[in-house]
Each structure stands twice: as structure tokens, then as C-alpha cells.
Design a protein around this ligand. Structure first.
Ligand SMILES: [Zn+2]
Length: 426
């Protein structure tokens, strides 16, 4: 370090104790995602990236920066609980991963993160990446301000059986994969524990395990069971040692029920859930994270010849089954979170799922709650995220119409703030 004069030191430390900039947001309508109340003419005071106070009669401190959203509806920043931001440029065939270096994939992921944030999603739960730990690198680059993107909670790698739904498949058996394309491979309860110990050491925020086959994996059968109940129980137990929650991918009826019985926090897709599975999810308080919009993109890519044929065969009947089961789960009162599998559809279009959630049985408020307060609960972050309350992060979005009347207005946000910083303003 260069020598600094004492004058310079005084000036530098003087800067460090400058009073924090206060921001006052005038909200015409504020949607309280916890109580379902719609509050008129509110002032939100923000200091150091957090909400300090919310109310109708607050005094705006002298010198505060004022943001006028008095003709807008203001909501908490949205949370997508099922994304894949760190897999590089969107490509429908995972074999494209073999044509790029890990650094290429990471740098290609930069615009994915920006698109996600600018479309109103200030937080994501990113549930798996082909090149292991690229998601941790992206999370940390966003946190340090190198890259613009949402706050990320990441899984580090897919915990998967050999050749399973989270494995890099489609290659000849004598092709040697680099370490990061099979980092999460495990084939017994103890191998699962070993993988989870490594991931915890690497600094992941959650564990993603694959309980059934997949639609978008070569050689996979979504109807199959992959890990056994015993293996899934080992995953949940080991993850708990590190304070980590488990998200389980499961399309098949048995795969879903095994995951719920093992105690996972959420079942992803939950496509072929049956009545017993719905009852079990209610009993265990398991979240279902059902990506009911992306069928539109799979079919469109199919029509354009951009989707591998085996993926379309896997998917042939599953889209409608999943949507019908979503309706059943909503009617039964199962906990539902908002997850889109972002990357299947283009990044930045996740909000299109809201209208489908309403079409298949939710009220607009329930759909909004699934992407705010419920998503925050699934992440274990209810004290920090998911509503506009004092003490929480200043994550806000605004739209120029009433999303409780027409939830599709969330597809076009006018304003995005994350931790007190504006990323979009019309
Ligand atoms: Zn996924």
C-alpha cells in the first residue's frame, strides 16, 4: 500500500462516515403481499439498501432523494424459485455445453442475469448448473457489483445418479468428462453425503437433487424413479447438518412422493403428482414449484425445429397433466411457490407464468404471493425478503395498472429497485 499523508487519511475516513443517502418512494398503491391489503398513497423510506419505514403520514427527511411512483402500483421485488441463469446463452440442447469452455459459459450468463433483474425479479433460487460452481461465481459477481443481476441463492451442482436427470448425457461411454460436468454424481446414501459435504464447503445456499428422470435430458425417462427413498433421506439429513434446504426435481408419481416423505423443502415440476402426493405435500408442508408456463416455449421450439426430438417425445402429454395437477394442488391448499425453469423460456419472460397460474386456479393475489412472501418463506428468508416491511431489503417493482385485476401487467414492469438501487425506471 502506498504511503498516505495524515491529511489524506482524515479525508478518506471522513468520507466513510458521511450520512447515508435516504430515499423516499411515493407509492400510489402499495400491495401488501402478507396481508393482501392494498394501501393507498404510501411513503417508503429507504436507508442503506433497506426499508426503514412505510406509512401514509411519514415525514420525508430533508435532503432525501424522492422517487415519484404515485400513479403506479408498487409491489415487493419478485422471486423466481426455479432458474438456471449460469448455463450460458439459452440453447435447447445441453450438448451445446460440450462446445464451450467453462469461462465462456460463465460470461455468456451475464446477460441472463441482467434480463432477469430488469424484468422485475430481484431474487432467484437457481436450482442447478451444468458446469459446477459457475452459479456460485455468478452469485458472488453480482453481490460484488461486477455483474448486474438478481440476488441469487444457488445449488452449485445437480446431485444426480450416474446417467440421471442431472447428468451430462448423450456422449459415448469412453468420453472423459471434466470434473465440473459430473461433480454432483452420487450412487449411494454415503456418496450423496460426500457430495453435499463438498457443496457445503464450496458455499452453496441449497441442495438440488434429482428424484426422477427429466424431460430435457437425453436418455432420460420422466416417468422413472432415480434416487431411492433411503438416498433422498440421506440427502435431507446431510443438508440439514449444514443448515441447507433441499429442492427435489421430480416428474414421476413415485419420485414426487419419495421426495416429500424424505422431507425436502420443495418438489420441482411435480408433474404427475397424484391425490396421495397432494395429501402428503399438505401434511409435510412441502412447497410445490410447478413450472406450468414453459410448455409454451418447448412446443414453440419444437415447431421451429429447435427442440431435440427425444425431448419432445418425453414432453408429449406432460404439459397438460402438469397444468391439471397444478389446479388440483391449488384447490387442495398445498403451499405453492413461483418457479419457471427460466432458461427453458427466454430469460426475462418469467412473468408470463402469472397469467397461467390464474388460468389454472389461483387468484391474482395467490399468484403474486407465490412469487413474493411464499417464495421468501421457501428460501428461509421471510425476515429479509418477500414484502415491503421495515427492516427488509429495499427490493421494489412498479407497474402502471392493477395486477390484482389483471396479473399479466407484471410482464411489463416500469420500475425495478434492488437493495435501494434503481435498475429500471420509465
Ligand atoms: Zn430446472
Amino acid at each position: 500500500m502506498r504511503k498516505l499523508s495524515w491529511v489524506a487519511l482524515v479525508v478518506l475516513s471522513g468520507c466513510a462516515i458521511m450520512p447515508a443517502q435516504v430515499i423516499a418512494v411515493r407509492a400510489g398503491r402499495l400491495i401488501d403481499s402478507e396481508t393482501a391489503a392494498v394501501l393507498k398513497d404510501q411513503i417508503i423510506l429507504i436507508r442503506d439498501g433497506r426499508i426503514e419505514a412505510v406509512g401514509h403520514d411519514l415525514t420525508i427527511p430533508a435532503g432525501a432523494q424522492t422517487i415519484d411512483l404515485s400513479s403506479e402500483s408498487v409491489l415487493p421485488g419478485l422471486i423466481d424459485c426455479h432458474t438456471h441463469l449460469a448455463d450460458g446463452a439459452r440453447d435447447t440442447d445441453p450438448i451445446s455445453q460440450f462446445t464451450k469452455t467453462s469461462a465462456q459459459v460463465a460470461l455468456e450468463s451475464v446477460p441472463n442475469a441482467r434480463a432477469m433483474l430488469e424484468s422485475g425479479f430481484t431474487t432467484v433460487r437457481d436450482v442447478g448448473v451444468y458446469r459446477a460452481l459457475n452459479d456460485i461465481a455468478l452469485r458472488d459477481a453480482i453481490r460484488r457489483g461486477y455483474v448486474v443481476g438478481p440476488r441469487m441463492f444457488v445449488a452449485g451442482a445437480y446431485v444426480t445418479i450416474t446417467g440421471g436427470a442431472g447428468a451430462a448425457t448423450g456422449l459415448a461411454p469412453d468420453i472423459q468428462l471434466p470434473w465440473d460436468l459430473h461433480y454432483g454424481e452420487a450412487n449411494s446414501p454415503w456418496e450423496i453425503r460426500q457430495v453435499i459435504r463438498k457443496l457445503a464447503q464450496d458455499g452453496v445456499d441449497l441442495i438440488k437433487i434429482l428424484s426422477s428422470g427429466a424431460v430435457l435430458t437425453h436418455g432420460s425417462n420422466p416417468n422413472s424413479q432415480e434416487f431411492t427413498l433411503e438416498e433422498l433421506q440421506a440427502a435431507v439429513d446431510e443438508a440439514n447438518h449444514f443448515g441447507l434446504r433441499v429442492a427435489a426435481h421430480a416428474h414421476s408419481t413415485v419420485g414426487i412422493k419419495n421426495a416429500i416423505r424424505a422431507g425436502v423443502a420443495s418438489v420441482e415440476h411435480a408433474t404427475m403428482i397424484d391425490d396421495e402426493g397432494i395429501t402428503l405435500a399438505k401434511q409435510h408442508g412441502t412447497y410445490l414449484d410447478m413450472d406450468i408456463y414453459n410448455e409454451e416455449c418447448i412446443q414453440e421450439d419444437g415447431r421451429n425445429g429447435n427442440m431435440p426430438k427425444d425431448f419432445l417425445q418425453h414432453d408429449a402429454t406432460l404439459g397438460q397433466i402438469q397444468r391439471d395437477n397444478f389446479r388440483k394442488a391449488v384447490q387442495a391448499g398445498v403451499k405453492m411457490s413461483f418457479g419457471t425453469d427460466a432458461g427453458v423460456c427466454p430469460y426475462g419472460t418469467s412473468a408470463r407464468q402469472f397469467a397461467f397460474m390464474v388460468k389454472y386456479g389461483m387468484t391474482p393475489l395467490q399468484a403474486i404471493q407465490s412469487a413474493t412472501i411464499n417464495a421468501a418463506e421457501l428460501l428461509g428468508q421471510k425476515s429479509q425478503l418477500g414484502s415491503i416491511k421495515s427492516g427488509k431489503y429495499a427490493d421494489l417493482i412498479a407497474v402502471n395498472a392493477d395486477p390484482l385485476h389483471d396479473v399479466s401487467v407484471l410482464e411489463h414492469v416500469d420500475f425495478v429497485m434492488k437493495e435501494g438501487k434503481i435498475y429500471r425506471q420509465k
